[in-house]
Design a protein around this ligand. Structure first.
Ligand code: UD1
Ligand code: CA
Length: 462
């Protein structure tokens, strides 16, 4: 169910597209569902900003059901039932219902829910938890505390005074016998505090019909928590990131002060890599073993080989870094930067769409864009590839073992051959053949005694 607006967020973005741990709530939930069944057996009920939501998750391959008007969670399932009737899609024997705003749910827990449902021969099985503060959640009322049988789910606003402290919450995640559920949906009413069709009312309807409704508690409270406000969402974000950090540490990664690091759920890091405090590792980043990522670096969807040193304050975005390379401090590697093994990209260097060959060095204050740079090249301080002529991006090619003197500008398209030298301060507009030396600067003129004469003249005229 992902059709709701999320009024309590006070945001123009639909709730299920808000992000925690680097991806939308809904993508987390779909990922959990996909661990149980293939995408073509997953139906996503969308409604509020339906096009935007559909567009954001269409790549997962799930089906969509449009709930044009959102009249409650029971209504969402009424629409789903109508969808099956209209399309003739095979109605599954059992249906797991997930909430688009409860993203921490783990596949193991869904499996346990489904197994328990089958074992208990239940018509409805409710996943529950007992959090320290149950306020705001629907409460699951059991027939007696030691049995799985449930008599009803009561929404927060409908709790009677004696139910106010009922500790067990409804996670909004259920397993149904589909035909039992579908038979009761038309009996729901909107006679409640929100004037909505509550899916939760199906529990009492089934019980009245002498069908089994049971509850099973999730192994951890955190994984069933929902997010109705930004603050609750950030609580889930912190929980999920900490879980990611703990997964990585269990796999042999050292993370100093994991509470200060922002690591997305998809990130993979090999053992013996060390992450210093205040590092962000985002998107689909993969880091090899024996790397060290120093503080204040932000690495997005990049691939780092083994033994890479990322010094403080680097920004990497869709970059690929070879084994043993050294970056920074304060290097900015923009998309399609491919840095070879043992290469160095030093202080205040910016790269974009380049290959820098093995062992090549650009250590200081350089911009390298749209360049193909060979192995063993030395790029002096302040070198700039002038890649943009106002209309096109042009390529600079630099052969192996060449030397580009400090403060040179290379006006692309231009090629410097292998083993060539470019003198410091040159503006290179023509190709430089292999093994040549190129100057592209005015010759120095030195006038002996000129300064002394000038001082004399000034003094004489006072
Ligand atoms: C719901 C449950 C509550 C439970 C809580 C757990 C009901 C009536 N209450 O309350 O017992 O403790 O979840 O988090 O179900 N949605 C639709 N269409 C709609 C309305 C909602 O698709 O017409 C979707 C929302 O996008 C959301 C999910 O259903 O992903 C739950 O809706 P929400 O309004 O957040 O329900 P809660 O008030 O949290
Ligand atoms: Ca909710």
């Amino acid at each position: 169910m992902a059709a709701g607006k999320g009024t309590r967020l006070k945001s123009k973005r639909p709730k299920v597209l808000h992000e925690i741990s680097g991806r939308s709530l809904l993508l987390h939930v779909i990922a959990a569902a996909k661990s149980l069944v293939p995408a073509n057996r997953i139906y996503c009920v969308i409604g509020h900003e339906a096009d935007q939501v559909r567009h954001a998750v269409a790549h997962t391959g799930v089906h969509f059901i449009l709930q044009a008007e959102q009249r409650g969670t029971g209504h969402a399932l009424q629409i789903a039932k109508a969808h099956f009737a209209a399309t003739g899609d095979v109605i599954p024997q059992n249906l797991i219902v997930l909430s688009g705003d409860a993203p921490l749910i783990r596949p193991e827990t869904l499996q346990a829910l489904s197994t328990f449902h089958a074992e208990q021969h239940a018509s409805m099985t409710i996943l529950t938890a007992v959090p320290s503060d149950p306020t705001g959640y629907g409460r699951v009322i059991r027939a007696n505390p030691d049995a799985p049988d449930v008599t009803a789910i009561v929404e927060q606003k409908s709790l009677s005074p004696e139910q106010k402290n009922a500790p067990e919450i409804n996670s909004g995640i259920y397993c149904f016998n589909t035909s039992a559920l579908f038979a009761k949906l038309d009996l729901l009413s909107t006679n409640n505090a929100h004037g909505e069709y509550y899916l939760t009312d199906v529990a009492a309807l089934l019980v009245a019909d002498k069908q089994r409704v049971v509850a099973i508690q999730a192994s951890s409270v955190d994984e069933v928590l929902g997010a109705n406000t930004i603050a609750e969402m950030m609580h889930l974000d912190a929980a999920m990131r900490l879980a990611t950090a703990h997964r990585l540490m269990a796999e042999g990664v050292t993370i100093f002060r994991p509470d200060t690091c922002v690591i997305d759920a998809e990130v993979q890091i090999a053992p013996d890599t060390i992450i210093e405090p205040y590092v962000q590792i985002l998107g689909a980043t993969r880091v090899g073993s024996d790397c060290r990522i120093r503080s204040y670096s932000v690495i997005h969807s990049s691939e780092l080989g083994e033994g890479v040193l990322v010094r403080n304050g680097c920004i990497l975005d869709h970059a690929t870094i070879g084994d043993g390379a050294i970056l920074g401090p304060y290097a900015h590697l923009r998309p399609e930067s491919i840095i070879g093994p043992a290469a160095h990209v030093g202080n205040f260097c910016e790269t974009k769409k380049i290959t820098l060959g093995a062992g090549s060095k650009a250590n200081h204050l350089t911009y390298l864009g749209d360049a193909i740079i060979g192995a063993g090249v030395n790029i002096g301080a302040g070198v700039i590839t002038c890649n943009y002529d106002g209309v096109h991006k042009n390529t600079t090619t630099i052969g192996d073992h060449s030397f580009i003197g400090s403060d040179s500008t290379l006006v692309a398209p231009v090629t410097v051959g292998e083993g060539a030298y470019v003198a410091a301060g040159s503006c290179i507009t023509d190709d430089v053949p292999s093994d040549a030396l190129a100057f592209g600067r005015a010759r120095q003129v030195t006038k002996s005694g000129w300064a002394a004469t000038r001082r004399e003249t000034i003094r004489a005229n006072k």
